[in-house]
Design a protein around this ligand. Structure first.
Ligand code: HGY
Ligand code: MN
Ligand code: MN
Length: 435
């Protein structure tokens, strides 16, 4: 009888502490950029943890890692539990890694009690979820889900021009199995909310029903390098002044599409970046998000109009990624809902403001997520923090939901998605956005 089974919270916490030493930053956070030496170190540690837990580990062409614990019926596709080990440049100690190590803890506790699940259980580490080094985000779970092709992913470069395929080979994680061929019966991910709702409402579990849409852009503003002292103001083609107009336009467009619209310029590079030369070229990024795809396209129209108003420079606006909003699978949501109620954790339904590998997987296999609170809703910041008892609660829900789903997975698992309706309890998908 597995309903009384609970994970070992001290062991989960210790695994998180051990992993947080890899790429540790002075401010208490972590820096493990995708395919960096720190990412390789974390992968090596994770692989050893899985081997020690009796799993077979296999790696696909993009370095996605799958650690399998056999089930009673080897012909059933696995229930996969995972997330990502890569971080933002000033990342926290929980974003991504919590979901991977919660999966490991579930395998460990099943081992402790010699419990055999119907379908196999797999722990997954998806390559390059963050998209901080190689854009776009959720790149390799996206290839798995058929949203990007393999060559697109392999050819993505970082700021220094290094390619994904070169870096995969360099760190020794260029696997042999094709990406996307490996079957998954259902995918579950535990993650800190990265927003304030659960903490504000003293709730412990977020039953996540979907993810909002995203559009990412690379923008190049081309003016003319010129002398800062001898060039009259009237004759300038100052790329930075024009870029500044567009940066405030991103802010204005997001506010105009509130309360759910968000817009961010996270990267900006000035050339030649000399104090006494008028900048001739600016490169920057735009990240627009909204739960409604129609509004996202309005925001797209608005930024293109703003760019067309910049008359003394050239503006090239390249949308490198459009990820429409996604609805998660009803059976997975119900399994999480049932586990949460059985465990009597206070919970709410919510749509994710942040992107996750589940948002990609859910377009191919049955998938859903469990959120737990994080302090002040803060993430992508070294001060990111989650309470041990909340991390335990999320992993307990994941454990029960995974056991439940392992009895349900079908040989050919396809997602069942309910439209975002507002009728009926079990599928009242609260449209409240986690932000
Ligand atoms: O961009 C995101 O939402 C995620 O952190 N990669
Ligand atoms: Mn994440
Ligand atoms: Mn993140």
């Amino acid at each position: 009888m597995t309903r009384g089974l609970r994970i070992n919270g001290d062991r989960l916490w210790q695994s998180l502490l051990d992993m947080s030493q890899i790429g540790a930053l002075p401010g208490g956070g972590c820096r493990r950029l995708a395919l960096s030496d720190e990412d390789r170190q974390a992968r090596d540690v994770f692989r050893q943890m899985c081997l020690d837990a009796g799993c077979d580990v296999h790696i696909d062409r993009l370095g996605n890692m799958f650690a399998r614990r056999p089930g009673r019926n080897p012909d059933l596709p696995p229930v996969a539990i995972g997330s990502h080990l890569d971080t933002q440049p000033h990342g926290g100690r929980f974003d991504g890694v919590y979901g991977v190590l919660a999966g490991l803890e579930i395998v460990r506790i099943l081992n402790d009690h010699n419990i055999e699940t119907d379908a196999p259980i797999e722990i997954v580490n998806w390559t390059n979820e963050e998209g901080a080094r190689f854009a776009p985000a959720m790149l390799c779970s996206g290839v798995y889900a058929g949203l990007f092709d393999l060559d697109f992913a392999l050819s993505r470069t970082d700021a220094d021009g290094l390619r994904v395929d070169e870096e995969l080979a360099r760190i020794g994680y260029e696997g042999d199995t094709p990406c996307g061929k490996h079957q998954i019966g259902a995918f579950l991910e535990a993650h800190i909310e990265q927003g304030p709702l659960l903490e504000q409402h003293d709730e412990v579990i977020g039953v996540v029903t979907g993810g909002q849409g995203q559009r990412w852009y690379d923008v190049t503003v081309t003016g003319r390098d010129a002398h800062s002292g001898s060039t009259p103001m009237s004759g300038r083609s100052d790329a930075l002044v024009a870029a500044a107009h567009l940066v405030t336009a991103v802010q204005d467009i997001a506010l105009a599409h509130g309360p759910d619209g968000v817009g961010t310029v996270g990267e900006l590079h000035v050339s030649p970046n000399a104090r006494n030369t008028i900048p001739g070229e600016i490169q920057f990024t735009i990240d627009f998000r909204h739960p409604d795809d129609r509004v996202l396209s309005e925001m797209d129209t608005a930024i293109r109009f703003a760019a067309s108003q910049e008359k003394v420079v050239q503006v090239a606006l390249d949308m490198i990624w459009h990820n429409p909003p996604v609805q998660f699978d009803t059976r997975c949501i119900d399994a999480i809902d049932k586990a949460t109620r059985d465990l009597s954790y206070p919970y709410r339904y919510m749509v994710s403001g942040a992107g996750h590998d589940t948002c990609q997987l859910a377009r191919k296999v049955p998938a859903a997520m469990v959120f737990v609170p994080c302090r002040d809703g803060l993430s992508h910041n070294e001060a990111e923090w989650a309470e041990p008892e909340h991390l335990v609660a999320g992993a307990n829900v994941l454990l029960q939901a995974a056991i439940d789903l392992s009895r349900q997975v079908a040989p050919e698992a396809r997602p069942i998605r309910q439209s975002l309706n507002t009728t009926g309890k079990s599928h009242t998908y609260d449209k409240e956005l986690s932000r």
